[in-house]
Design a protein. Structure first.
Length: 220
């Protein structure tokens, strides 16, 4: 019978999967800039669809590379221009609807928050539950996308630490890691909490739980 070596599990998680999605899309979330948080908003909208995470990363980067790095420029692009970029980067089945959602989301951000999602945080008084609820007023952001945004946003928004949604908690439990916020946050330094959370998401998406558990188990 094997037990759980918590330190080994955490080390292996970070070694295998310890990179945030924000890093992959070029969003400097710890700096908490308007552009970084806009990139993260777009990624959350894309990743909230029934599509692979790597496709959402690719599509988000392609949209940013097209120069649509804020709500105004994204909304000013034509529906066809956005749809073409999405179609060429993994969204062939969702390019038309997602192009419309991006325009609607950007119009809402511009109207409600002057295009800056950080103003949503201010309006929510930095209350995580309120932030999650208000994010879902943005077209295309449902519960799943809101969780994606907040998991990554905790790299810059201290009130979220640790942000542990249902998927993260389930995977943590499967690996024998603590599932209480108080114990979880003690596993790593504050700056590594977003990396550990992202690693738990990735290990689930890549069906790597059993292998990682076996690699880090110890005799009891």
């Amino acid at each position: 019978m094997a037990g759980t070596d918590t330190e080994a599990v955490v080390a292996e998680l970070l070694a295998r999967h310890g990179r945030t999605f924000a890093d992959e899309i070029g969003a400097d979330v710890p700096a908490d800039t308007a552009e970084a948080m806009f990139r993260l908003t777009v990624f959350a909208l894309l990743a909230g669809a029934r599509i692979r995470a790597d496709a959402a990363v690719r599509a988000c980067r392609a949209l940013m590379d097209a120069g649509w790095t804020d709500a105004a420029s994204m909304a000013e692009a034509t529906w066809a221009e956005r749809a073409q970029v999405l179609n060429q980067n993994g969204y062939a089945r969702y390019d038309e609807s997602t192009s419309r959602q991006l325009a609607d989301a950007c119009d809402y951000l511009s109207d409600a928050y002057d295009g800056d999602v950080r103003h949503l945080r201010e309006a929510a008084d930095c209350a995580p539950d309120r932030e999650r609820e208000m994010l879902q007023r943005i077209k295309g952001i449902g519960p799943v996308a809101a969780d994606i945004f907040l998991r990554e946003a905790q790299a810059g928004w201290d009130e979220l630490v640790p942000y542990l949604d249902e998927r993260v908690l389930q995977t943590a439990g499967e690996l024998g890691l603590p599932t209480s916020s108080e114990d979880f946050v003690e596993l790593v330094d504050r700056n590594d909490v977003p990396r550990l959370v992202a690693a738990l998401v990735r290990v689930h998406l890549e069906h790597d739980v059993a292998d990682l558990r076996q690699a880090t188990s110890r005799p009891s």
